[in-house]
Design a protein. Structure first.
Length: 155
């Protein structure tokens, strides 16, 4: 007589912030309020994330506007001072202030452009990492039966 041992493994995988309905039903059999608690926690997290994003966007816009205003004031002051010095016989000092100011403006522009380019590159890499085998800006082709929020059963 021969004995065989059968080992069965069942795994479930879901992708997304909420468990699939079948899992929620199983939670509800153990703790009836579990689905409501899970949904409330999810809603609270979403609201929190939205508030943080709103604050970040608003503060970045304020900081950018304040930086532009301050840069304008400094530039105008430097140009007026340089012009005043040139008109009063200090040609080299006035020209040095004006040229230094223009060089600083060009440096800020180049630095800002490089920072934006680096930020775009990082976002593109993040998107590429999030969707393996996909180019940024494209959705998955749909070859897989698994979609976010669905359960994939691995038997």
């Amino acid at each position: 007589m021969r004995r065989e041992l059968l080992h069965v493994v069942h795994e479930e995988l879901f992708i997304g912030p909420l468990p699939p309905p079948a899992v929620l039903e199983r939670y509800a059999t153990i703790y009836p309020e579990a689905p409501a608690v899970i949904f409330q926690a999810f809603r609270k997290q979403v609201d929190h994330r939205i508030e943080i994003e709103r604050f970040t966007v608003t503060s970045n816009a304020k900081r950018s506007t304040e930086g532009l205003r301050l840069g304008f004031v400094i530039t105008m002051f430097s140009l007026v001072l340089g012009g005043f010095l040139i008109m009063n016989g200090h040609d080299q000092a006035g020209a040095a202030i004006i040229v230094t100011n223009l060089a600083a403006l060009a440096g800020v522009f180049v630095y800002g452009s490089q920072q934006q380019s680096e930020e775009r590159r990082k976002k593109a890499q993040t998107m590429k990492d999030a969707l393996p085998g996909q180019r940024p800006g494209r959705l998955p082709s749909g070859d897989s039966e698994e979609t976010p929020g669905e359960t994939a059963s691995l038997d």
